[in-house]
Design a protein around this ligand. Structure first.
Ligand code: LLP
Length: 432
């Protein structure tokens, strides 16, 4: 019925998450508030871990792409579920370490890591650094040499697959700020540099083909391209690459239009392709990693708002104004992202009102959704926007000095705060 199994409607006609009445949550914790269902998140983690274990006989690892929603509690959950973490900044590394995450299970991404970030990562015993460019390789080698350690690295490869287009395409050269191109010989050149670099161990390769992808074929094709490159590396340099990180990008349901497939449906054909290629090219089956972010946390949260005014503009549209907006969810203004919304306190009633949901910022584009159907809304209603668990809080801002909302976790009927609501004092904390 809903975009996630963690949502339902109770006898009072209220929306529930993880069995807890969202209207009660709004009353007790205030709005706007983001509410996650921990059991649903853990179920997603396990589906990935189980399918990778099954497909690679325990010879693989799932990394939670922390950028989707990073906080101490999410790091603890990922660790508890035996996952590693994809981290993309010093701040994400700091968060993970503060949560007690083992440094050797952190995989450090990014196209422009600073010297300070690289030093911080290496000094703390980071598991792998995913190298983006030759300059970075040089810096890593220098820091590792100075510290008397060996840095384990992957190289980020552009596999030349654009999965963002409706029908994915395999192009010669894709315009992308991340990683090394295969076609130009840039990737092979850097492999040679990495193999020759002091205090550096080229442990593996990485690729990531996009986000919110429902097709299986681009993932299989990416695996094929990467295995071919591993074979070329062996032929040209004699080096055998034994780890292959295939990135994230698995699609979730934001609206009825989205048709996600099960995690196993991606994993099985990809692993079959990798094993087939390994046999054909006389290579070992690599240790395989994947990096789901959105598909771990995205569909397992709702944002609750209170409706302020309802502004009917005859023959134009009806704006329903809420007490949050682009500051807690910039995805509509950025990507025209689709969302499902409803009145949580009238969830059992028909959706009979076409509205545009407007945020409270001083900006006409501050909308959450345009021309969407919800129950007839009035001041004081609780508006729920679904599937707000990924790239919402993590991309939130204090524009207009709006404090960030609280984030709650529901588990087995209990609700706890995992990130406190910001206060006005928090908003000015760095001002001098
Ligand atoms: N690995 C790498 C190297 C990535 O760059 C990303 C996402 C992921 C894994 C996780 O992808 P996921 O499984 O979450 O699709 N802000 C955008 C999404 C940006 C994705 C950035 N990279 C949005 O809100 O849609």
């Amino acid at each position: 019925m809903f975009v996630s199994d963690c949502l339902n409607i109770n006898n009072e006609g209220h929306l529930t998450i993880g069995g807890v009445d969202t209207v009660e949550i709004a009353k007790e914790y205030g709005t706007p508030v983001i509410v996650y269902d921990e059991n649903a998140i853990r179920k997603n983690c396990r589906s990935f871990v189980d399918s990778i274990d099954e497909c690679y006989d325990g010879n693989g690892r799932v990394l939670y792409a922390n950028k989707a929603f990073s906080c101490l509690e999410m790091c603890r959950i990922a660790n508890d579920e035996k996952m590693g973490l994809d981290v993309v900044s010093g701040g994400e590394i700091y968060t993970a370490l503060k949560a007690g995450f083992p440094a050797e299970k952190l995989y450090f991404h990014g196209n422009n890591k600073s010297y300070a970030e690289l030093k911080y990562a290496l000094e703390n015993g980071i598991g792998r650094i995913i190298v983006d460019n030759p300059d970075e390789l040089q810096t890593i080698s220098e820091i590792a040499k100075e510290s008397g350690i060996t840095a384990n690295i992957y190289m980020r490869i552009k596999p030349g697959i654009d999965a963002h287009t409706h029908d994915f395409i395999k192009t010669g050269q894709i315009d992308c700020k991340f990683g090394f191109a295969l076609e130009t010989g840039e990737a092979m050149e850097c492999v040679r540099l990495a193999l020759a670099a002091e205090n550096v161990n080229l442990a593996g390769l990485h690729c990531h083909i996009g986000s919110q992808i429902f097709d299986i074929d681009p993932f299989v094709l990416a695996a094929e391209v990467m295995m071919n490159f591993i074979a070329d590396i062996k032929k040209e340099t004699g080096a055998v690459i034994t780890e292959l990180d295939l990135g994230g990008g698995f699609g979730i349901k934001y609206s009825e239009k989205d048709k996600p497939v099960s995690f196993g449906s991606y994993m099985k054909p990809v692993s079959a392709k990798i094993k087939e290629m390994a046999a054909e090219k006389d290579l070992p089956v690599p240790f395989v990693l994947i990096e789901p972010g959105r598909s771990i946390a995205g569909a397992e949260a709702v944002t609750l708002y209170t409706v302020g005014n309802v502004k009917k503009i005859p023959d134009v549209r009806t704006y329903v104004a809420i007490d949050g907006g682009m500051t807690d969810n910039p995805r509509y203004i950025l990507y025209q992202a689709e969302y499902t919304a409803l009145c949580a306190n009238k969830a059992d009633r028909p959706k009979d009102m076409q509205v545009t949901i407007a945020g409270k910022c001083c900006e006409s584009g501050d909308l959450i959704q345009e021309n969407t159907m919800i129950q007839t809304a009035q001041k004081g209603d609780i508006l729920a926007v679904l599937s707000t668990g990924a790239y919402n809080y993590s991309m939130s801002s204090n524009y207009n000095r709006v404090p960030r909302p609280a984030v709650l976790m529901v588990k087995d009927g209990n609700v706890r705060t995992i990130i406190k609501r910001e206060t006005y004092e928090d908003v000015i904390r760095n001002d001098l």
